[in-house]
Design a protein around this ligand. Structure first.
Ligand SMILES: NC(=O)c1ccc[n+]([C@@H]2O[C@H](COP(=O)([O-])OP(=O)(O)OC[C@H]3O[C@@H](n4cnc5c(N)ncnc54)[C@H](OP(=O)(O)O)[C@@H]3O)[C@@H](O)[C@H]2O)c1
Length: 356
């Protein structure tokens, strides 16, 4: 996929802080969704905005933040630490002066003058909303989009990619394919020129954690309860343990990096809820196998040979192996805890769009 950068939306040299800053850009960001991921993104900017500014020559300004209660908007920039503090009190709409109860995301986007919209609302497997509408509105208004929410891509990949092309803006989503695991970037950029024969991946850390404990002898219910206690698993864990989260990621990977138009129904999905001790040890593996007409997609528990690069993947890790013709197998793994690495993945997309 080609990404188009609208440099005219990024203001150059608007700083009066001396010649070092003459080539500096300002990049306005709207955060739609201010849960753990949106909040972590704001925290990262609060902690290292100045470092990023000198390293990448870009002043990243949050000009809007949106949650279900309302929004905070200031075209001149919101203070990220104060945004986090306002959310701690319940909603970004508590932000002093700039906070607006009941201001919708679409209204906030229009008022934000954002160059890049960061979409981090909850995933929906029914219709991809509210994410699809936010992303559509942002792209149509000529804004770049960086996503953590998989839903819109699973439901409307082709439409959104076409909208981005038509409006000559970037649509980036590396955070949707395993948080900080650099899945898309490797497939699309680092393996350029190779043929990817097979992909094998552990893309859902919740089910991998539970299955790892089951492999050590714990029953499913005990392993799930421990994952819930550690807040690795949701109260309703079905999306993860029935394999749908991994299938979502596989669909996005197929559409974006494997040039294979796919929907969820194209993935053969088997979860981990039915397994007994006699089946173990197993790993929940997402696979894409090249065929004469694209890739065959599956998510299922499999027994990996001991020497397989993902066989000893630690319980809180994710990993991917690309089997290619020119490079051979290439494996990447990540040990990811909490939302911060996903926020960091959004940041890398933002810097690719807005950095020098
Ligand atoms: N957490 C992770 O480690 C992780 C990793 C990879 C990908 N992701 C994906 O990243 C996305 C965000 O994750 P999260 O953990 O931050 O999710 P979350 O806890 O569900 O937070 C979602 C945020 O979106 C807001 N929201 C919901 N509906 C909205 C609407 N109609 N208009 C405006 N705002 C709305 C929520 O508002 P309220 O705060 O008012 O409820 C909340 O601030 C999800 O799609 C998730 O699947 C998360």
């Amino acid at each position: 996929m080609f990404h188009f950068i609208r440099t005219n939306r990024v203001e150059r040299g608007d700083s009066a802080e001396g010649s070092d800053m003459a080539d500096e850009k300002t990049c306005r960001l709207a955060l739609v969704g201010f849960g753990p991921v949106g909040r972590s993104f704001a925290e990262i900017l609060a902690q290292r905005g100045e470092v990023l500014r000198s390293r990448y020559g870009v002043r990243l300004l949050i000009t809007a933040a949106v949650d279900r209660t309302g929004s905070a908007v200031d075209r001149n920039g919101l203070d990220p630490a104060r945004l986090v503090a306002a959310k701690r009190e319940g909603t970004v709409a508590r932000y002093p002066v700039a906070g607006r109860e009941a201001m919708s995301g679409v209204e906030a986007l229009a008022a934000s003058d954002a160059d890049i919209v960061l979409e981090a609302t909850p995933v929906s497997l029914t219709d991809g909303e509210p994410g699809v509408s936010f992303v559509r509105a942002a792209l149509t208004a000529g804004r770049h989009v960086v996503m953590a929410n998989k839903g819109p891509l699973v439901f409307a990949y082709a439409e959104l990619a076409e909208l981005a092309r038509a409006h000559r803006v970037a649509l980036k989503f590396s955070a949707t394919l395993g948080g900080s695991l650099p899945t898309y970037n490797i497939a699309a950029r680092d393996l350029a020129g190779c043929t990817i024969e097979r992909v094998e991946a552990v893309l859902n850390s919740t089910s991998h954690y539970i299955l790892s404990r089951m492999n050590m002898g714990e029953p499913y219910a005990t392993a799930l309860a421990e994952a819930q206690r550690l807040e690795i698993a949701e109260r309703d864990p079905r999306l993860d343990v029935e394999g749908w989260d991994a299938a979502n990621k596989l669909v996005i990977l197929a559409n974006s990096a494997l040039d294979t138009p796919a929907v969820l129904a194209d993935v053969a999905v088997t979860g981990i809820t039915h397994l007994t001790a006699a089946d173990l040890p197993l790993t929940l593996l997402a696979t894409a196998d090249r065929t004469s007409s694209g890739y065959q997609l599956a998510v299922r528990p499999v027994r990996l040979p001991e020497e397989h690069p993902l066989a000893k993947l630690p319980p809180l890790s994710m990993g991917i192996v690309f089997h290619t013709d020119l490079i051979g197998p290439l494996t990447v793994t990540v040990d990811e805890r909490g939302p911060r690495p996903t926020a960091a993945a959004m940041l890398r997309d933002v810097l690719e769009i807005g950095g020098r």
